[in-house]
Ligand binder design. Structure first.
Ligand code: SF4
Length: 223
């Protein structure tokens, strides 16, 4: 295997949330959930199923713990995510990390972002960061559903109204949906603001509410 192939190989497994590979083992780690995520990633392949493939640099499949108790679902990749092939790595991603790690620490919950799984409704960056269109969400949404079924988390946190619409089949916005539990299949769902919305300085009330939502969902999966 040449260095370019090795890099591609390691990036592929990183996208599946596998961060350790034992050197010297005859084969890669085999986890049933990971195998299922692996199958999903293989099915996506070099996807051209919707028009969003035209402008993407990299598919952003998702990352984190394949056995996570909590899955965060965002809208779609932005510029940083598109460049790196990883979800929530830009400014909004840094805020999400602060929210998860900061709230967990304050509440005495021994969890960090690394314990979670994070993905988006669509896996390719929409042009100009526009909201994904309904047909794009429907086409790519099959992969999100399969990821959630593979992981079987104790709860899901929808970040923003696009994720809420995709998961809950609703037209209601975050303000109406947050603060109470919903369901995706039989898995409880909390809806909160997308971190990029919270980055706008005037959203102090939304920030406070988002921290409350985070507290609620972290306690639910940990307690
Ligand atoms: S957004 Fe999803 S369905 Fe569309 S091209 Fe990308 S991976 Fe395929």
């Amino acid at each position: 295997m040449n260095p370019a192939q090795l890099r591609q190989y390691l990036e592929f497994y990183r996208d599946l949330g596998i961060t350790e590979i034992l050197v010297g083992q005859a084969s890669l780690p085999v986890l049933s959930e990971s195998e299922t995520l692996l199958n999903i990633r293989q099915d996506i392949g070099d996807c051209t199923r919707c028009r969003l493939h035209e402008g993407r640099t990299r598919i952003v499949f998702g990352s984190g713990n394949p056995e996570a108790k909590l899955v965060f679902v965002g809208e779609g990749p932005g510029a940083d995510e598109d460049a790196q092939g990883l979800p929530f790595v830009g400014r909004a991603g840094q805020l999400l990390t602060q929210m998860i790690d900061g709230t967990a620490k304050k509440e005495g919950i021994p969890m960090t972002r690394a314990d979670m799984y994070i993905c988006n409704v669509v896996k390719c960056r929409p042009p100009e960061n526009r909201t994904p269109l309904p047909d794009e969400m429907e086409t790519c949404g099959q992969f999100l559903s399969r990821q959630l079924l593979a992981i079987r988390p104790k709860a899901i946190c929808a970040l923003g109204s696009t994720a809420a619409k995709a998961l809950l089949n609703t037209k209601d916005g975050v303000m109406r949906l947050r603060g109470k539990w919903h369901k995706w299949r039989d898995i409880p769902v909390i809806v909160t603001y997308h971190p990029s919305y919270l980055l706008r300085a005037y959203n102090q009330d939304a920030k406070r509410e988002a921290w409350e939502d985070m507290k609620k969902v972290l306690h639910y999966v940990y307690d």
